[in-house]
Design a protein around this ligand. Structure first.
Ligand code: CTP
Length: 429
């Protein structure tokens, strides 16, 4: 049993903290919830008291005899703020203590973890970026927010990670018999990253999810990629000890904690983000589903149906081939360049009367010029959005093809193992 202080600040995601609290209770921990006053607009004290079985206060002027503002922090094994708004992170970065939660932060010697939730603009604002950097420099573990649907119709980075993911992220802080210091219990993936895994010391850039090409302010051309395979690859690479630069297009799930995250929407944006992530990396894995075409024209206002005019015809133009461009740039830059020596493509293929899935894959490997190609068969009920996958990994250097099937995690582990083998010193080009 550990003593957790669960700080809740004023975001709509506060309701998800109730699920998180239940996970902690089911795992046998004692949880003191400290909601900020504004967060009570979203979830009230009764909910927190009922779920935690403990008295809940928000102000330093309640239960003053128990010296709550110092005691809760001193006794805690972990202080977790979830959701952490831009406001609470700003106050914490400034060392303010103008409510019970921020007072607790100053009084605690326990590890502090924050799970941010806010709109993308707020997350990317220079003030928030600077505050997060300050907090991290002081040893606060700020979990990367997920990418996905936000409160309104918008989506992007800033989404509150799923309660299960936060629970998993803080699990290492809750192990052991006594209170753990920051040094003893670093975040799980960081702990793994420093271990001597097969990719220790290596940096891997991974793209994931599907791009969207806007037609007008409300419509886009997209694809059915969920990002699951890319997420599984990132987790497998972290577990193998790599530093992971994760470039997320649109995904159904949040990006995994522990990665260096960047986001992109269209193929052209993805090209910029992937190129930046790939430079200086040892490996690039292009698992994103990139739109090959985009509408030739973007219409500023919603395209309307009209009886007088003919139905619109959408003209498409080619998007850049990110993978092939990087392979070509690497060749052009030669030894002076810093693009990865190992580039891995994914091929989503369907067989037809003329050729098999694998034959198409082999042709694509040659065409794209990358070192490895992970070929999988796609169709309406195959691969996209499911947890299962079946792939064949092809190698340009003549290494015998590897077949892997099972969960996307199992496939990811096979791909990362193949990457590690290709990077092994004797194989280096
Ligand atoms: N890819 C890319 N840029 C594109 C299209 C695809 O970088 N504009 C990458 C994908 O991320 C993947 C690989 O190329 O790693 C193969 O993607 P796939 O869609 O199967 O291949 P295409 O090149 O689009 O070939 P085709 O549609 O002709 O089968």
């Amino acid at each position: 049993m550990k003593r957790i202080v669960l700080g809740v600040s004023a975001g709509i995601a506060a309701y998800k903290a109730a699920l998180l609290l239940r996970l902690f209770k089911e795992a046998g921990h004692q949880v003191d919830v400290i909601p900020t006053a504004a967060s009570l607009e979203f979830v009230g004290i009764a909910t927190w008291e009922a779920l935690s079985g403990r008295p809940v206060r928000t102000s330093v002027f309640e239960a003053v005899d128990t010296v709550n503002h110092v005691r809760l922090g001193q006794e805690a094994d972990l202080v977790l703020i979830a959701p952490a708004t831009a406001d609470v992170m700003a106050r914490a970065a400034a060392g303010m203590a103008n409510d019970l939660l921020t007072g607790t932060l100053l009084a605690t010697g326990a590890p502090v973890v924050m799970a941010p939730a806010m709109h993308t603009e707020m997350w990317e604002h220079p003030a928030t970026v600077a505050n997060v950097a300050t907090l991290r420099s002081r040893g606060v573990h700020v979990i990367e927010p997920a990418v996905g649907r936000l409160t309104g119709k918008d989506s992007g980075a800033g989404r509150f990670p799923e309660p299960e993911d936060i629970f998993a992220a803080v699990a290492p802080y809750l192990e052991g018999a006594s209170g753990l210091s920051d040094d003893d219990a670093p975040f799980a993936t960081e702990a793994v990253a420093t271990a001597a895994g097969p990719l220790a010391g290596k940096t891997i850039a991974i793209s994931a999810g599907g791009t969207r090409e806007p037609l007008d302010p409300v419509r886009y051309l997209g694809n059915r990629s969920s990002g699951r395979q890319g997420i599984a690859l990132a987790k497998a690479a972290l577990a193998a000890g790599a530093t992971v630069r994760f470039v997320a297009a649109h995904m159904d799930l949040p990006a995994p904690a522990g990665v260096e995250l960047s986001t992109a929407s269209t193929a052209r944006q993805l090209q910029g983000a992937v190129t930046e992530a790939a430079r200086g990396a040892d490996v690039l894995v292009m698992s994103a589903a990139v739109a090959d075409f985009r509408p030739a024209e973007y219409v500023d206002s919603k395209i309307k149906k009209s009886d007088e005019h003919a139905d619109p015809v959408i003209t498409l133009v080619r998007n850049p081939d990110i993978l092939a461009t990087l392979v070509a740039d690497r060749a052009a830059e030669g030894t002076a360049g810093d693009l990865p020596p190992l580039i891995v493509g994914f091929a989503a293929e369907t067989g037809d009367a003329e050729s098999s899935v694998l034959a198409y894959g082999a042709a694509k490997l040659a065409r794209k010029g990358c070192e490895m190609l992970v070929v999988n068969e796609v169709g309406e009920n195959l691969t996209f959005g499911t947890d299962e996958n079946s792939v064949t990994i092809l190698f340009a250097d003549g290494t015998e093809a590897v077949h892997a099937s099972g969960s996307k995690d199992a496939v990811a582990e096979a791909v990362i193992a193949a990457v590690a083998r290709e990077l092994a010193p004797a194989r280096q080009r």
